[in-house]
Design a protein around this ligand. Structure first.
Ligand SMILES: [Zn+2]
Length: 209
């Protein structure tokens, strides 16, 4: 891998990698633009993907996420293999991502800064019970319409929600501080699949020391 060769030639000690949507689309995932193509006439993706939209109609959120393949297992790409190698070389400092697909899974959690959370975990908004993200996948052979996972802590059962930041919700500001600190500390920054035009990560490059 020529990129890896170039990286090792520089002999960095602390590499920070910023992952953008391009990394996910290369792995076959729909990004926001891909999902917009799945909308019915008159639908607003920002509303469906918002906290209030999810509360009002979780079924539509799950339907759209399922159609976009967000719950499907995906084979890791070269980018994800590169991250693994950098980690093995003990030069991977942090991975900063706005993606929610969890493709960077397998790396130590302490290396990850996920601005928008991830679909790898979920929780019950009523009792706060934690779930593995697999709970959001329809059981095999499911033929009863849109599958909405529910927590039965108390009836009526409430929809489980993914641990992602939805529109209208505050991003995790501690993540932002961690990302700024990581960028100050790094001696090599790799930006992969990101235009860096989308907030909140888009203006992070100012923190590079
Ligand atoms: Zn519950």
């Amino acid at each position: 891998m020529s990129l890896l060769r170039k990286i090792t030639e520089i002999r960095p000690k602390r590499v920070v990698v910023v992952l953008g949507a391009g990394v996910s689309t290369a792995a076959g995932r729909s990004d926001f633009y891909g999902m917009a193509k799945l909308l019915r006439p008159g639908e607003d993706l920002e509303y469906i993907w918002s906290a209030s939209g999810f509360s009002a109609d979780p079924s539509r959120w799950y339907e759209l996420a399922g159609q976009a393949g967000l719950f499907d297992p995906v084979m890791p790409t070269q980018v994800h293999r590169l991250l693994g190698v950098l980690d093995d070389l003990t030069i991977l400092h942090k991975v900063i991502t706005q993606n929610i697909d969890g493709l960077e899974q397998g790396l130590p959690v302490k290396r990850l800064i996920r601005f928008h959370g991830g679909l790898t975990t979920a929780h019950c908004p009523r009792c706060d019970r934690k779930y593995d993200g697999a709970v959001m996948r329809p059981p095999s052979g499911w033929k009863h319409g849109v599958y909405v996972p529910r927590c039965e802590c108390k009836l009526p059962a409430v929809p489980i929600r993914p641990d992602v930041v939805l529109y209208g919700e505050d991003p995790n500001w501690a993540n932002r501080e961690s990302a700024e600190k990581a960028l100050e500390e790094c001696d090599l920054l790799l930006i992969l699949g990101a235009s860096m035009r989308t907030k909140p990560a888009g203006d992070l490059w100012r923190s590079v020391g």
